[in-house]
Design a protein around this ligand. Sequence first.
Ligand code: WTA
Length: 653
Amino acid sequence: MNENKQAPGVYSVPKEWAERAYIDSERYAAMYAASIADPKGFWGEHGKRIHWFKPYGTVKNTSFEPGKVSIKWFEDGTTNVSHNCVDRHLPERGDQIAIIGVRDDPKDDAVRITYRELHAHVMKWANVLQSQGVRKGDNVTLYLPTIPEAAYAMLACARIGAVHSAVSTGLSPDKLGSRIADAASTVVVTADQGPRGGRNNPMKANVDAALDKLPGVVTSVIVVKRTGAPVEMLQGRDHYYDELAMTVPDECPPVEMNAEDPLFLLYTSGSTGKPKGVVHTTGGYLVYAAMTHQYVFDYHVGDIHWCTAELGWITGHSYIVYGPLANGATTLIFEGTPTYPSMSRYWDVIDKHKVSLFYTAPTAIRSLMGSGEDAVKSNSLASLRLLGSVGEPIDPKTWEWYHRVVGGGRCPIVDTWFQTETGGILITPLPGATKLKPGSVGTPFFGVRPELVDEAGDVLDGVENGNLVIADSWPGQMRTLYRDHERFEQEYFSLYPGKYFTGDGARRDADGYYSITGRVDDVINVSGHRIGTAEVESALVAHASVSEAAVVGYPHEIKGQGIYAYVTLIDGEAAADELRKELVSWVRKEIGPIFTIDKVQFALGLPKTTSGKIIRRILRKIAEDKCTEFGDSSTLSNPTVVDHLIDNRLNRK
Ligand code: WTA
């Protein structure tokens, strides 16, 4: 065990991995250099990994120039994502399992869907969507549990050229409603209920609540019977999928799509209150998702790939559905949670379904680590070959545990860095090529040009800490923000003109390996889920007792970051514990249960500059219990407020 440990905290590439993996260190160096020296030649070649109805002539046509940001890949080619993920595999692997659907309750049998069955489901779904008026270019909102039907619906949209907009089930009816409204979806797909962790999420009821506030927008709600519980069905608007399916034909050919036609919208949080509709398109996205899936996970035929993300997040899109299925893989879709019905649920699923590639988030590992090694060791986990981590920084202690206890010391860990906006993984180890350093996300994938810059935008060379930017486009990059290209340019290309700004800080070591230090904007990462502080603040001030609120993140043992809210009350109301609880549940209701505030501190006032701007730097330090490290406070207009905040701080070591 651990025989590849080179120096403290460094693991060299195991010999058998260097031999069997697609990419070893020499190949990585050569391919990476080629991808940077000649992106058009490189991607022109690798673009061929998917099937094109009409081959592309132009490979790359991209500009990061301020005022003229435009990103196009393979722009004159035509293809169809559903054809590539399904039909294309039929001759060779029609009888192979495409999807294993594992339900929340371990007593329920898993469903095993072959590529041939997937084909039939997707065509049926496509016809059902069309029967509800969905046409090429229309946006369809999907609010579904992580079940095979969600993948059918996504692929069905792609088949007919509709654009799906998946919304996480952890978000509130209000947030769902604002996403439906922004996308102007006339059709919403949901389930009666969504079992998760032993509880039934009232999904249809949530849709009803969202639509109550949006009269006239949605003309059809398609309901998957997941539990069969009775739900209210509005005559004329709501239909059970099963009943619609009986009325439509079985066959539905894929529509020829331009490479730059949109494939999906995915809303994510930014540093202002309004969520951003990230737009991904067809050709470049699929090439990038498929290629990263193959090389990062070193996917080979026969591997069972399990990514534990929810389908409603980018990781679910790229590494449960599109990447694996484009490669003809078997992908496991899991509805449940890591801790239900016991702390060994993940490990039970791995053994039962012989999972070989396992991809999860640090927060899940940390929540399981606490229950000790026995919960893991009651399973063999012998099928595992490779482990992955995504969504937030993984601390070395958690990394070592994951490697030693889950991976038995023999499975490389790929700590993959990416974002909703990047479509696929940008910085990552490759298991046959890269040494592993716990806490480091390794080196850039092919075609990716990371740079570190200082506040002034000057590029930093060598061993450095800085803001992470990407100097040139890659095929999986987002193309725009839905109906807001100006905000797209403003948020991502204005601070460091000519470069894509990630919003993350990073460190580069002497080997050129990157470590992500966290967000440098007003975004908090809670259990791998992004939320803008402004979004939480506006939910808080919507409460009748709240006058002002400021929200910051602080280090949290399980969640990575916790949410710390400073609240001032109207009329100096008594700051009772009662109210504290009420505010926490208020925000859960407003935004969704995944974003539960951890600490509410009542304040006399908030630290502000003389021009009235809240000084968050001070609030972050108080939340971290580092009250002596405020730095320059000369612009502080109200020092007594800070003394009160320090005296009443809630995190004390
Ligand atoms: C963070 C999730 C450290 C980062 C794929 C990024 C990470 C944000 C890692 C994107 C990682 C993602 N190590 N931090 N391996 N992966 N992040 O859009 O701050 O939900 O900007 O996409 O998660 O979150 P998003």
